[in-house]
Structure formats: C-alpha cells, structure tokens
Design a protein around this ligand. Sequence first.
Ligand code: FES
Ligand SMILES: [Fe+2]
Length: 421
Amino acid sequence: MSEPSTEPISYDALVQDERVHASLYTDPRIFADEMDRLFFRGWVFIGHESEIPLPGDFVTRPIGTQPVIMARAMDGQVSVMVNRCAHRGTMVCSEARGNTRTFACPYHGWTYDLTGELLGVPYPTAYDGRLDKKTKSLGCAARVGSYRGFVFACLGPTSVTLEQHLGVATGLIDRACDLSPEGEVQLTAGWVKHRCSSNWKMLPENDLDGYHLGFVHMALFKSVRTQYNRFTGDEKSVKGVVRDWGNGHTEIDWSPAYDGPFEWFGTAASDVVGRYVAALQARDGAAVMARRVFEGPPHALIFPNLFLGEMNIAVVEPVAVEESVHWHTPMFLKGVPEFDRRLLRQSEAAMGPASFLLPDDLTITGRNQIGLHSRRTEWLELSRGVHREHVDAEGRRVSHLTDETTNRGFYRQYRKLMTGA
Ligand code: FES
Ligand SMILES: [Fe+2]
C-alpha cells in the first residue's frame, strides 16, 4: 500500500478516462472523501417501501458508515433519520427491523417519534426550560425520495433532486417493477449479508463487468446449465450489450442473446407461468407482455450503491477502505406469490453463502484487493472497447458485452462528484 501522503488529492489525476489509480482502493483519505461526497452529500439507496408497509414499521441501515433509520410514520410518510441520539450521540435503535410508536434512547431515555421529533426527556426540570425540543430531533435526511417503492435519501444538503439523479435510468427500475402484474416489487424476504475484504467500489464494478464470466464462473458453467453459459467462448458470438445510462447508472443487457421468453426465469412451461403470462397480458396486451417476458429483469447499477441484479436486489455497504458488506435479497413480484418460492430458491443458489455465483465474485474482489498492494504498478486499465462504443438513439453509450463502458460510466460520475464539477 502507498505511504500515507499529505499532498492534496487530485481526483482529476487519479480518475482518467481510460485508467484509474490504485490508491482509490487503498487510501483511507480517499475513502473518507467518498463517505462525504458520495454517501453524505449524494443520493443513495436506503431500502424499499415494502419493507415498512404499516405505520410504525422501521428498518435500520447504514448510509456509508453512518447509521440511519427508515420508518413509516402514522400518516404513512416515509422518513429517514440518523440513528444518533441528540443528547450524547448513542445509537438509539439497535434492532434491524420492527414496529414501534417511539424510539427511546437506551442511555438516558430521551424519546423520539417516527419522524425523529424529540417527544420528551426524563427529569426535564434540570434543564430549567432551556432545552428547545424542536432543535433536538434525530437529524433527518435533507432529502428523501421514492421511485416505485425504491427509497433514496441524501443526508446532507444538495441542490440535486432525485429525479435529476436518476435521470432516464428510471427506465431500469421500470423494467423490474413492470414484470409484476401489479407493477410493484417486494423486498420482504430479509437480507443476506456477506462481509468481503475489498474496497466497496469493486462490488459494483464486478456486478457490471461482462468480461469475467467465462473465467471467474467457469466452475459453475462446467457443472450447471445457465443462461449465462452463452456469454462465454468466442467473443464474436456473444450478443449481449452494455449500456451507460448517464449519471453513473449502467447496465448489462443479456436479452439480445436470448432465444425465447423466460430464459431469465429458467422455465417457461408451468401452470404458474401460464397464470402469470395471462395476468401480464391482461394489463399490457400481448405484444408488450411478450417483450417483457423475453427481456426479463434488468442487470443494472443505480449509482452508487443499488444493484438491480435481475431477480435479486443487492446493496453495497462501505465499511472501511478495504472492507465492505454485500447485502442481497430476492426480488419478489407483487401479484404472483406462487413465484416467490422459486425466486427464493434461485436466490439461494446464485447468491447464498453456499451458492454458485456470488462466492466466486467476492473471492475475486478479495484477490483484486490483495493485488493492488503492489507498488510497482499503480494503474488499473479501463480502456476495453473504447473504440467500438456507439451512442444509441436515446443518447446512451452502448458496446459489446465484455467492454468496460459500464465502469467508465461509473468513474465519469465518480470523478464529477469527487471534484464537485
Ligand atoms: S445519549 Fe441518548 S439519552 Fe443520553
Ligand atoms: Fe460475477
């Protein structure tokens, strides 16, 4: 690892169009800047409204390294507040989820409502009327927004709206939600968490890397038939594409390589699928239904921390410069509960601790991190496919499935936010 330096950090120098510097993954000062500029001043995904359906429901989450609470107040509104007592800073709520009317701090009993307002303090006379409860709430996120149930927040002040942050990438979230006959996904199975020994950025980079499949996942492809097998072998025969949707939001689209509907689901012939197709067709008509079940769910990053991983949703939690936690949960489709059992089994098989895909990826990101401790070579290459990118009619950069268009898009947004450009 590089020696700690006192030089000011130039993100323009470290993040170039076709290469990035290794210190982005190893320098604690850069990690601290990221927590401030991306995870405090920027929009991040917090959770999904289906996790807190009833008034009083709450979940606790990190935003970057800060603990927060996402709760549904009695009026149905979703609030996001820091999980930090206004008295002496204790984490107020230690439960992962639950239902409550108030949050009581375990240290001296200050009590807050579901929007973070301070309701009362024990033995108040000692404050002699000078404690202004209005200024002692749990700090609320400066902005909270929701798109089709996906809740995002920006803890610090910002002039950017959620609409501006998401831009046209709402189309990726639409692609997921519109697979449900009721137009909603549900993240109700609970989250599996894997700790991994790598910088947080390596997880979204790996998620959106179409180049590694035939190498990192070869053991899977040799033992099981999956829809991904077709993305290995001769480069010219691989038909999927990558897209850069702007603002750091990027996608691998496998569907150009599919031969028929439901390849993403693994089966097209069952009573369950038949009922599902009928429900979608009743809403969308035959042509749109056929397109949806052919294309399947998105494989996309919503910058910086939400991965729409086909039938799983994943979140990266930065812990320290060389440590992260990967969260995932199956994406259930509202209106077709009979799908859920299969989706849960698929999620276990692909993403669980004894699964085929995710352990491969977390092992390789750990090795990626170890390699970056070398001081002889300082740069990571990011140029693959630059010469063959093109811009489509919607203004998105598109290229071959194995090209680094996605990670160049990630780093364009990263550089913009880190430099304040
Ligand atoms: S730190 Fe919370 S009540 Fe004292
Ligand atoms: Fe992978």
